[in-house]
Each structure stands twice: as structure tokens, then as C-alpha cells.
Design a protein around this ligand. Structure first.
Ligand code: NAD
Length: 299
């Protein structure tokens, strides 16, 4: 069997297009422009790239982008004061604090300071609780993107056996909650799971969020399974001074021989994350203004 390749890049462009369309409609009908504030502390090169990309795509979707770049030695109190002012600012509908934060800043305290209604990353403990209890939450962007791809590929997920590999707060756990909410039978595997290949072999849906290059092999998969590869790993460069290849947590070549459908890396889940950030900002704006939620863009 040769798997269908799930084109996350094209799907993300479609999501961004739908967001832009609804933003234009909201402006015309209600005079409201959604605003996303992104806060970056320090000069981590990868974070700078993400923040630039988020800002650009926010503006392309017709939203206002507010970027706050603080120096690496910014005191925690100053960051908390900025978050307070963004919480109070009616032009700001979504707040994203780019992680990781420098070591002297308490990450949990900062995430807890964001107004849950503006928490477009879905990391605030209130949103985690709302999601876990099946209530209306802000849902973390990467798992939301995975869910959209799965629904698009499979339609109704009800009754499917799903295995999520990884139990992080930003991917594995919320992914498991979302699949449970869509009535899958969910197994969460992690570094202590015994017989991981045997566990994965029972799954109709496999979501790999581990951070280990090409760990999941084709012969671990049930034939026809749908495989969502969240991992982004850079292999060591083949030649000195070169850039190593990006690979996922799934061994794509062998998995594509067995799976029914699979996301590539790059071009699978990655582009969906920022698209879902824009979708979440639109959702937060709708909720703040008592407007109907955007269809097909929430969990
Ligand atoms: P994490 O390090 O916080 O969590 C990794 C999880 O994998 C842990 O729960 C751990 O128990 C599990 N694990 C580790 N070794 C294992 C093993 N041998 N067998 C089974 N489970 C094992 O990572 P994370 O933040 O959840 O990210 C996971 C991967 O997804 C990384 O490659 C990251 O770069 C990528 N990621 C991609 C996006 C995106 O936009 N596509 C977003 C977030 C994370």
C-alpha cells in the first residue's frame, strides 16, 4: 500500500483563507478588527522566526498584529505588567507569549496571568480544565490543527482506536482530550509505555508527538492507519557546514508503505499551527463580541 499524503500546507492555506474571509465580513458588518498580541522575551533565533511569521500571517488575514519584543533580562514583574495591559486593551483579542521564556521568569505564573478569554494558545489552566470537561475552551493550536486534518481525512472519528505518542501539555494531552471528545477510544503512550510497537499496531489513528527522529516504523502500523506526525527534528548535517534534513517522529518511507494516509514533515502539521492560531484569534474575537463562532475553525 502507498499512503495518501495529507497536504497540511494546502489545508493551512485554506484555513487562513477562511479566516481572512470571516475577518473581512466582521469588519464590514460590525466594524471589528481582531487583534493578536505576540510577546517575545529575548533573542532566541527560532522564536524570532516564529514571531515574524506569525505577525506576517496575522496581517495577511486582515487582523491587527501587535508585537512586543522585550530584552532577555526583562524582570518578571515588567512582563506581568505588560500582560495586564494587554488583558485590559479592547483592541487585543488574543495574547501569545512565545515560549520558552528566559530562566529567571516563572513560565507558569506568566501563562496564568493571561486572560483565559484571550489565551489563544490554550495553555491557561482554565482552558485546560474546560477542554478536559468538554466545555467551550480555547484549544492549543497544534492539536487543533491535527484534529482538523483528521476530520477532513476521515470524517466522523467516532469509535476509532487512536494512539497518541507523547504526553506533553502542549501537544499530547490536549490531543488526547480532543480525540476523546470526538468519541475515539484513546491510548496515550509515553516514554514508559511497554511494547510501544504493539500498542501502535492496534491504532486506526496514530498521532506522534515525541521529538525523536523517525522513531515510529512502518511495521508498527496497522495497514490503512491514518498517521499524523507532529515531530520536527533536524538530523545532523551530511556535510560540514551544511544544514541537516528536517524529519518527523515517523519513519516516513516505511510508514508510507503501510499507512492509509500520512502527513509529511515538513508540510504536514507544521503549517497548521499558525493557521490555527489565527482561527483561535478569530474565535476569541467572536466570543468577546457575542458573535456566532466561525464554522469549521474550532474544536
Ligand atoms: P515534549 O518533549 O514536551 O514531550 C515529548 C513526549 O514524548 C513526552 O511526553 C515523553 O513521555 C514522550 N516520549 C519521549 N521518548 C519516548 C519514547 N521513546 N517512546 C514513547 N514516548 C516517548 O515534546 P512536545 O513539545 O510535545 O513536542 C513533540 C514533538 O513535536 C517535537 O519534535 C516538537 O518539535 C514537535 N512540535 C511540533 C509542533 C508543530 O507545530 N508541528 C508544535 C509543537 C511541537
Amino acid at each position: 500500500m502507498t499512503a495518501k499524503i495529507i497536504d497540511g500546507k494546502a489545508f493551512a492555506a485554506n484555513v487562513r483563507g477562511r479566516v481572512a474571509e470571516q475577518v473581512a465580513g466582521m469588519k464590514a458588518a460590525h466594524g471589528i478588527t481582531p487583534g493578536l498580541a505576540v510577546v517575545l522575551v529575548g533573542e532566541d533565533p527560532a522564536s524570532q522566526v516564529y514571531v515574524r511569521s506569525k505577525g506576517k500571517q496575522t496581517v495577511e488575514a486582515g487582523m491587527n498584529s501587535f508585537e512586543h519584543k522585550l530584552s532577555v533580562d526583562t524582570p518578571e514583574a515588567e512582563l506581568l505588567a505588560l500582560i495586564d495591559s494587554l488583558n485590559a486593551d479592547p483592541a487585543v483579542n488574543g495574547i501569545l507569549v512565545q515560549l520558552p521564556l528566559p530562566g529567571h521568569i516563572d513560565e507558569e505564573k506568566v501563562l496564568a496571568a493571561v486572560d483565559p478569554a484571550k489565551d489563544v494558545d490554550g495553555f491557561h489552566i482554565s482552558n485546560v480544565g474546560l477542554l478536559a470537561t468538554g466545555q467551550k475552551a480555547m484549544v492549543p493550536c497544534t492539536p487543533l490543527g491535527c484534529l482538523m486534518l483528521l476530520r477532513d481525512e476521515l470524517g466522523d472519528l467516532s469509535g476509532k482506536n487512536a494512539v497518541v505518542i507523547g504526553r506533553s501539555n502542549i501537544v499530547g494531552k490536549p490531543m488526547a482530550q480532543l480525540l476523546l471528545r470526538d468519541s475515539c477510544t484513546v491510548t496515550v503512550a509515553h516514554s514508559r509505555t511497554q511494547d510501544l510497537p504493539g500498542t501502535v499496531r492496534r491504532a486506526d489513528i496514530v498521532v506522534a508527538a515525541v521529538g525523536r527522529p523517525e522513531m515510529v516504523k512502518g511495521d508498527w502500523l496497522k495497514p490503512g492507519a491514518t498517521v499524523i506526525d507532529v515531530g520536527i527534528n533536524r538530523l545532523p548535517p551530511v556535510e560540514e557546514g551544511g544544514k541537516g534534513r528536517l524529519v518527523g517522529d515517523v519513519d516516513f518511507a516505511s510508514a508510507a508503505e503501510v499507512a492509509g494516509a500520512i502527513t509529511p514533515v515538513p508540510g504536514g502539521v507544521g503549517p497548521m499551527t499558525i493557521a490555527c492560531l489565527l482561527a483561535n484569534t478569530l474565535t476569541a474575537t467572536c466570543r468577546a463580541n457575542g458573535l456566532a463562532e466561525p464554522e469549521g475553525l474550532t474544536a
